[in-house]
Ligand binder design. Structure first.
Ligand SMILES: [Zn+2]
Ligand SMILES: [Zn+2]
Length: 78
């Protein structure tokens, strides 16, 4: 077993369970996508190659909760 650890440290997002580059998110434990949706942080300008964003390593997954929040035209403030 010789697992190489490269410079791009990967974290697992607590919300969507996707691996992402630790340095790409301002929030510990959340990928840039979830951090944006949940907390309004700057989102990654995703650039997908082979199913993964080359900038943050996000694979496009999101949790059900995130999907709900992303749905357009829904307002909780009725
Ligand atoms: Zn996430
Ligand atoms: Zn990205």
């Amino acid at each position: 077993m010789d697992e190489k650890i490269n410079d791009n440290n990967l974290n697992n997002c607590d919300e969507c369970k996707t691996e992402y580059f630790a340095h790409s998110s301002l929030m510990k434990g959340l990928c840039p996508e979830c951090a944006h949706i949940l907390y309004g942080y700057d989102r990654c300008d995703h650039q997908f190659e082979s199913g993964r964003c080359i900038k943050c390593h996000w694979n496009g997954n999101s949790s059900d909760y995130i999907e709900e929040l992303k749905k357009p035209g829904q307002s909780k403030n009725e």
